[in-house]
Design a protein around this ligand. Sequence first.
Ligand SMILES: [Zn+2]
Length: 318
Amino acid sequence: MRIADAHADVLYQLRNASSTYAEASFLQAGYQDSLKAGVSLQVFALFAHPQLSPGEQLRQVLEDIGRYQRTMINTGYVQPIFYREDLFSSVQPVYSGILSLEGAACLYDSPEILQALFSLGVRGVGLTWNGANSLADGCREERNAGLTRAGKQIVSMMEELQMWIDIAHLADAGVFDVFSITNGIVMASHANLRKIHEHPRNLTDDTVREIVRRDGWLGLTFEASFVAKSEAGLEDFMRHVDHALSLGCERHLGFGSDFDGTSHALQGLATVSDYPKLAERLDKEYGRELAEKILYGNFLDFLSRQLPSRKTEFASIH
Ligand SMILES: [Zn+2]
């Protein structure tokens, strides 16, 4: 079965590596293993540590984009997706990639820098990582404030550009603000459910229902500390899948593994090579049709709703 994954930190891991993406054997979501496991669409997160200055974060993000272009796209290993037309124009079999930004301090509050990153292929943004920045508070910030004025401006520019709004790391007050100031699609690329496991990185039932109501998308994630208290395994993870489906996520559910970004691997779901086991479990539990939707189809549908069209892009230029 084909698999789409909405969040992996491969680019972060490759930053100081001596081997290239195609050769690297230390990755949880390595290239060869991804192909073998059936992954055919991967979102590559751009992440720079928030303790760095915004300038240093911007430098790292631009370097990662350059490395992605030079060693993954230009070499033909990854076929880039920029517009919704690209989703259906690929020659099979294919391994597609999309860039997203995780933590947006590097924007310097500037819609123009956001526009520049869009032009380089970035298609989704999470305003924060776990702490606060000039745009909003992250989910680990005790203050739990919402979006700043600059954060709201960035979100409205994202809507204009049709970049996806990723609430995975946002504080509850920020999630509320996003829902208040936008009418459109909202997604969470890698988060789990608070009803199943109480954790600030997990979403409330109300948030999930609102994502569904807006025709958005939720990517459940394999970081063990977001799944259960201790020694979490595949069965614990399945409780999140089950609960998401009970909240109406049949057409809005998928996965954002957080491979190469997790510190606590989930037993049985520790690397991309474990995806076929999850696929088998989903097939057994929910049947082939729903399993295929959760593994791939729902994310593809989300992208066809969310991504800008090449036609409108050209129309706006001329
Ligand atoms: Zn993350």
